[in-house]
Ligand binder design. Structure first.
Ligand code: GCU
Length: 336
């Protein structure tokens, strides 16, 4: 993987420098590399294809986009670093993976931060809120272009049963490599095991972990339903996927091309809203009926109650308090 990756990085740098045409100090032709960790059957890949199509059409071929799915260029942390340096131009990663680069992204990992995907979408549709998040990483080399709804995350287990947080005791749950994700599972009563997404399947299969937490698509697109018998609707977090881009590259584009990138990202965001729900219904159907995963409701009140201390921590944190308040609409005392 690493050898493949380094070969690619060298080739990409050559390619980029080879096809850049500088006019009025602005680069006018670009072949953009876009990396992400989902298979091509995943709805996010479809939305990224839409982004590519829009960019290429609107720029009349002056900007082309090459997609690298399946984590071909590295896991989420690696591709974020590559986007920072500009070795990769655009990346789709989970907001949780961005948290160790900018704390603002940790807001999405607070359990029960939003009551519904509608509430989350409403907040992220407010340009002031979205731009506060997107621009937070400008000084470290990248900015957000848009987000893709990644649904509500719930817990699934190889074979253990869960009803309340008491059943989480001693349960090793894989979490995304982020401090908020670790704190979340610990607060909900489990033992957090941070690891890259690509390792979840074999870790569930071999018993290194007892459980994982994600959206329904993981059961099917990453085949976790083959090694997990039970899905529990804890619906504890809405952690979006983020599309981020190397900032220097974006700023050095002509104003017209920069606009095309932003408009195409907005179109892809809307497109994604249209495909995500249907994809989740299909994933639920396939997981239950073809993979034999059993779906269960839980005592959600016990999970929500256990999450409260994490809300208090955010409200007390100097950097995060204003972000928390921004998302909670100014009413940071409201019960979540
Ligand atoms: C979601 C997200 C991925 C992420 C994964 C994870 O599936 O779309 O980008 O890698 O969660 O739990 O790590």
């Amino acid at each position: 993987m690493k050898k493949y990756f380094m070969l690619f990085v060298s080739a990409s740098i050559l390619l980029l420098s080879g096809c850049t045409d500088s006019t009025n100090g602005k680069d006018d032709k670009h072949n953009l590399t876009l990396a992400h960790n989902h298979p091509t059957t995943h709805p996010v890949h479809e939305s990224l294809e839409k982004f590519k199509e829009e960019v290429e059409e609107r720029s009349e071929g002056d900007i082309t986009v090459s997609l690298y799915p399946n984590g071909e260029l590295g896991d989420e942390r690696e591709v974020i670093e590559l986007t920072q340096t500009g070795a990769v131009d655009i990346t789709k990663v989970s907001a949780a993976a961005l948290e160790s680069f900018r704390p603002e992204y940790s807001i999405f990992g607070v359990p029960y931060m939003f009551d519904s995907v509608e509430e989350f979408d409403e907040k992220m549709s407010d340009p002031e809120i979205a731009n506060t998040i997107y621009q937070s990483s400008k000084d470290i080399g990248f900015v957000g272009l848009t987000y893709f709804d990644a649904g509500m995350r719930s817990i699934y287990t190889a074979d253990r049963m869960i009803e309340t947080t008491e059943d989480m005791a001693g349960m090793k749950v894989r979490v995304q490599p982020s401090a908020t994700s670790v704190n979340m599972i610990e607060a909900l009563g489990g033992t957090a095991t941070p690891m890259a997404y690509s390792e979840v399947y074999t870790s569930l299969q071999s018993g290194i972990i007892d459980a994982a937490e994600n959206n329904l698509s993981s059961l099917v697109s990453s085949k976790h339903g083959e090694v997990a018998d039970h899905w529990f609707f804890t619906e504890h977090a809405i952690v979006p996927d983020m599309l981020i881009m190397n900032n220097e590259l974006l700023e050095n584009m002509s104003a017209e091309h920069e606009k095309i990138i932003h408009e195409s990202a907005d179109v892809a965001n809307e497109f994604h809203k249209g495909v995500w729900n249907e994809a989740m219904k299909q994933a639920a159907d396939e997981a239950q009926n073809e993979m034999g995963v059993k779906f269960h409701e839980v005592d959600k009140a016990s999970f929500k109650e256990a999450a409260q201390p994490l809300h208090e921590e955010m409200k007390q944190d100097e950097t995060m308090a204003p972000i928390y308040e921004m998302f909670k609409g100014g009413d940071s005392d409201e019960e979540s």
